[in-house]
Design a protein around this ligand. Structure first.
Ligand code: PBG
Length: 324
């Protein structure tokens, strides 16, 4: 008769543990976010994101090349423009930091994928993700037109993929239509399909200077209490033409990543957001946790939950560790 099984047998030595490992983490599933600012020769560390910098186009290009040489296949660009207005006009300017960085990175690292974040919060003077009506509510349908123009300008500049993060309704469809009309029928959209209204974006808003001047993002980002709604958001975006989807923030939503993995055949990215990174860095700096092991455990857990890709500020550190 069967003996109760001895589960420890496959854990007795490093080689057996390696063979028994179910989730493999590699640099080629990582996407590195970069924050592109105006100017030249700017490399300014973000105080709440140690090891992450505001970079001018020249420095962002150097960083991208270095990341590519370390085995990271893609960057996700965020713009931090100086010119901001009520309707986020500069988001579609060919002279804005992101548009210029796309071309420079493509020239310096031709085989690297350049993905761009599409949202208005970094481009509006009020820091909201859309165009506001007189009563300060967001005008969804006016906003998606501006987002579509921004996406087309990224595509015109040479982006490989656009990633709308605004959470307006129907924006994937609007962006798809605009890209197709501009001749970018083969350019994929990776939508932030399920994006929660999370406190873990705090350090990002320092990096992008994109905190709302008043109010919050609760009218478009999702309530962290909701799981069925996340699935509805994702299925809607897929219906509208998304080619890949992002779930964000990753760690508080591992259950969503798993559920979605079982519901779609599309690639899924988990966004290991700024606050998740900052917590590890802060605790490691105090000697409260082992930062390197926390990084590996974090990234592995996101993959184990079912994400194919991970957008993470750890990209460079993880890739450097793998090269040692
Ligand atoms: C919006 C955007 C945000 C993040 C990615 N895209 C900020 C927000 O929604 O307030 C957050 C990413 C992070 O925290 O690392 N453009």
């Amino acid at each position: 008769m069967n003996q109760p099984h001895r589960n420890r047998r496959l854990r007795t030595c490093p080689a057996l543990r390696t063979l028994a490992r179910e989730t493999r983490l590699t640099t080629d599933c990582l996407i590195a976010p970069l924050f592109v600012v105006e100017g030249t020769n700017v490399r300014r560390e973000i105080s709440s994101l140690p090891g992450v910098f505001n970079l001018s186009v020249d420095k962002a290009t150097e960083e991208a090349r270095l990341l590519f040489d370390l085995g990271i296949p893609a960057v996700l660009l965020f713009g931090v423009p100086e010119h901001r207005d009520a309707t986020g006009t500069s988001s579609a300017s060919p002279q804005a930091p992101v548009q210029r960085a796309i071309a420079a990175i493509r020239a310096a690292a031709p085989d690297m994928a350049v993905i761009t974040d599409v949202c208005l919060c970094e481009y509006t003077d009020h820091g909201h993700c859309g165009i506001l009506r007189g009563d300060a509510t967001i005008d969804n349908d006016a906003t998606i037109e501006v987002l579509a123009r921004a996406a087309v300008s990224h595509a015109d500049a040479g982006a490989h993929m656009v990633a709308p993060s605004d959470m307006m309704d129907l924006r994937v469809a609007a962006i798809r239509r605009a890209l197709d009309a501009a001749g970018h029928t083969e350019l994929p959209i990776m939508s932030y399909a399920a994006k929660y209204a999370s406190c873990f974006y705090g350090p990002f808003r320092d990096a992008a200077q994109s905190a709302p001047a008043f109010g919050d993002r609760l009218s478009h980002q999702m309530d962290p209490a909701n799981a069925r709604e996340a699935l509805r958001e994702i299925l809607t975006d897929i219906d509208e033409g998304a080619d890949a989807i992002i779930i964000k923030p990753a760690l508080p939503a591992l259950d969503i990543i798993r559920t979605v993995r079982d519901q779609t055949l599309l690639p899924i990215a988990g966004y290991n957001v700024s606050g998740e990174y900052a917590m590890v860095k802060a605790a490691a700096a105090r000697g409260w946790i082992d930062g390197e092991r926390a990084m590996i455990e974090t990234l592995t857990a996101i993959r184990r939950a079912g994400a194919d890709l991970i957008i993470t500020y750890f990209a460079r550190e993880y890739a450097s560790l793998r090269q040692r």
